[in-house]
Write a protein that binds this ligand. Structure first.
Ligand code: GSH
Length: 210
């Protein structure tokens, strides 16, 4: 059985969507980051960067394996289950990996900062403009990539899981208020997002922790 330490945020949902996609049974442990539970010494042993999510895989020979950082968790779970969500063929794998790293290094951090400044420093116009502008630029990159393909690397993959989790927050959160009309501009993103949301594993994973 896998233990999932998580909270109801985009990063947490990447892990729960992936666990649902690969069909591995898992126990959910809620780490309430609003109550600073991510700093508890026992949690830091498996997630030394004091962030959710993290997993502990008890179903391995020898000592359990713990993994933090969502990119590493997605890759670990895909490899453990030999999932087609991370192909082994060299070109397809490189394509998935480059979009996964784009999400980890770009979309996630920029959307996260935009959300933080809008929620916590609504008068800080320079910071909000910087992060919202960069987030909008990234959405444009995603939209152009999706113009010629159903999913980010052709077939549905761990890159889509990572990116969808943050785009779902965008729809419910800051983008419509910040940039009226912007959603319509990104029609390929909207179409792709609808297709991801229709997957049963995505719907289930988005509700964790309940
Ligand atoms: N790069 C990390 C980011 C994880 C992250 O930022 N988690 C947030 C919630 S979405 C968190 O735990 N924040 C608590 C804190 O920073 O103290 C990953 O992809 O796993």
């Amino acid at each position: 059985m896998i233990d999932l330490y998580t909270f109801g945020t985009p990063n947490g949902r990447k892990a729960s969507i992936m666990l649902e996609e690969v069909g591995l049974p898992y126990n959910v442990h809620t780490v309430h980051i609003g109550k600073d539970e991510q700093f508890a010494p026992d949690f830091l042993k498996i997630s030394p960067n004091n962030k959710i999510p993290a997993i502990v895989d008890n179903d391995v020979p020898g000592a359990p394996i713990s993994v933090f950082e969502t990119g590493a968790i997605l890759i670990y779970l895909a490899e453990k289950t030999a999932s087609p969500l991370l192909p082994t063929e060299v070109r397809a794998r490189a394509d998935v990996m480059q979009w996964l790293m784009w999400q980890m290094g770009g979309q996630g951090p920029m959307f996260g900062q935009a959300n933080w400044f809008i929620g916590n420093q609504p008068d800080n116009e320079r910071a909000i403009a910087r992060y919202v502008d960069e987030s909008v630029r990234l959405l444009g990159v995603l939209d152009r990539n999706l113009a010629g393909r159903d999913y980010m690397a052709g077939d549905y993959s761990i890159a889509d899981i990572a990116t969808y989790a943050w785009c779902a927050g965008r729809i419910q959160g800051w983008m419509p208020e910040q940039r009226p009309g912007q959603l319509e501009e990104f029609s390929h993103v909207t179409r792709w997002q609808t297709a991801c949301a229709a997957r049963p594993a995505v719907a289930k994973g988005m509700t964790v922790p309940s």
